[in-house]
Ligand binder design. Structure first.
Ligand code: AHR
Length: 496
């Protein structure tokens, strides 16, 4: 194995932004086997469940401390009629994802019950593509109004007395595409109209999120921002998916990928940093104080669907490559937590870069390598980002350089938490870490399987977290031997 050197410094006294816990958010859409089968199996299922919600899935998500869940889409949200999913349910066609029958057995009540079981906040995507401001306004009344009214009484008749708390409301989804193919000018006007009536009755604020850009569409951000201000919007939502080839027609395989596709994936995923910087710069032109934040409410790897599965269900396996990809993205979000207030990986169960894979005919679930990264990183939630500086070797894909090592450092309750990844396939890295004083290690963990390894029913623990031991001290500096293709976390305490 080859070896290179890198150098990381951090300053425990130079505190930056709070890493909003919602950066560790998730997204569940009525798509394929995510909600139905993945999360909701119905009360009569043989799978242990609580009112139809898979017990093991809710528990595994709770264990991850998932802070917020976005629902019901995605593109599905822009055809969703909330009244179909409360009281007597209406069977409809899911015209967005494969024309399958959607029986609406998972609706508003089930979603909020799921959030309560997980212990997370709710993020609802409202329908702007084909819905009306009135429908959205009535849904908010149903969810959040405490007093007596037609819709809050309806909620009570349907079994829920207390209103629920809604932390985030998305006003539209991908309205530049599947959400109505709108121009930014047209959407911005609609946004202003919808948000006027999108009143929540919660005591705590419901944050309003406008549909932001697709990947590199800076023109959308610029035009939209001209129409937003701190009184009508709290954030705009960026979507960026990592496709190994960069081509929607042939994205690349989830399994057995060649080395160059691995490096293409790493290069493309690192571009999220350029997107955050550039969109922030565009936003600054009309909002110099960044009163309006950025959320990345869809991100992750998007591969070709697994052979033999329904192409509209977007099912893909998840390897150690995905773990490294997740680690890089989360480090970048942490490092930009001054502007990134939330991020939601797509999607929670059985769809795209999921943290869980499961089937309705098996009582076990598979925790993917991505699950383990969210588990390793959870100590960053609501911690304070520390100033850090990294000197790293670079990797190259088709003439484009990107960092071999990624990092972020935070502090909470006087403990310092460092997360690292090494994206090289064949080079270990001796990383010298200098935090300016003497530290002791409280806990250190590693994921370092081969990048093509994954977990499955016959190998549930193939990719699993292990204790990390390759740390030594030289004076007050730490030397971490980061294995090739690995993710590492280290929790430290200053020695006094
Ligand atoms: O996550 C799958 C789909 O990707 C979502 O429905 C949509 O918003 C995006 O294009």
């Amino acid at each position: 194995m080859n070896k290179k050197n890198a150098y990381l410094t951090f300053d425990k006294d130079c505190k930056k932004s709070t890493i909003n816990k919602d950066i560790y958010g998730h997204f569940a859409e009525h798509l394929g086997r995510c909600v139905y089968e993945g999360i909701f199996v119905g009360k009569d299922s043989q799978i242990p469940n609580i009112n139809g919600i898979r017990k093991d899935v809710a528990e595994a998500l709770k264990e991850l401390n998932i802070p917020v869940l976005r629902w019901p889409g995605g593109c599905f949200a822009d055809t969703y009629k909330w009244e179909d999913g409360v009281g007597e349910r209406r069977k409809i066609l899911n015209k967005t994802w494969g024309d399958v029958v959607e029986d609406n057995s998972f609706g508003t009540h089930e979603f909020f019950e799921l959030c309560e079981l997980i212990g997370c906040d709710a993020y609802i995507s409202g329908n702007v593509g084909s819905g009306t401001p009135r429908e959205l306004s009535e849904w908010l009344e149903y969810i959040t109004y405490d007093g007596e009214s037609y819709y809050s009484d309806m909620r009570r008749e349907n079994g829920r007395d207390e209103p629920w708390r809604l932390k985030y409301l998305g006003i539209g989804n991908e309205n530049w595409g599947g959400g109505g193919n709108m121009t930014p000018e047209f959407y911005a006007s609609l946004y202003r109209q919808f948000q006027t009536y999108a009143r929540s009755f919660n005591k705590e604020k419901t944050f309003k999120i406008a549909c932001g850009p697709d990947s590199f569409n800076y023109a959308w951000t610029g035009e939209l921002m001209k129409h937003l201000n701190e009184y009508n919007a709290d954030a705009i939502a960026l979507h960026y998916y990592t496709l190994p080839t960069g081509e929607w027609e042939k994205k690349g395989a989830a399994l057995n990928f060649p080395d160059d596709e691995y490096y293409a994936t790493m290069y493309r995923t690192n571009r999220i940093e350029e997107l955050i910087r550039n969109h922030s710069f565009v936003m600054e032109q009309t909002d110099p104080e960044h009163k309006i934040k950025l959320v990345v409410d869809e991100w992750g790897a998007w591969y070709d669907v697994e052979d033999g599965t329904n192409a509209a269900f977007l099912y893909q396996q998840n390897t150690m490559r995905d773990a490294i990809l997740a680690a890089i993205n989360l480090n970048i979000f942490n490092n930009h937590s001054d502007i990134v207030m939330m991020a939601n990986i797509a999607q929670t169960v059985n769809v795209l870069q999921s943290v869980i894979i499961c089937r309705e005919d098996d009582t076990r679930l598979i925790k993917t390598p991505t699950y383990h990264v969210f588990d390793m990183y959870k100590k960053h939630q609501n911690a304070t980002l520390l100033a850090s500086s990294l000197s790293t070797p670079e990797l190259m894909y088709e003439g484009n350089y990107f960092p071999m090592i990624s990092e972020s450092v935070s502090i909470k309750d006087d403990k310092i938490f460092i997360t690292l990844s090494n994206a090289s396939l064949d080079t270990d890295c001796e990383l010298l870490i200098d935090g300016g004083s003497k530290f002791k290690i409280i806990e250190s963990k590693v994921l370092d399987s081969d990048v093509r390894e994954y977990n499955d029913y016959d190998s549930l623990e193939n990719v699993a977290i292990h204790e990390f031991k390759d740390i030594t001290f030289r004076d007050n500096k730490m030397i971490v031997l980061l294995p090739a293709h690995s993710v590492v976390s280290v929790l430290l305490e200053e020695e006094i």
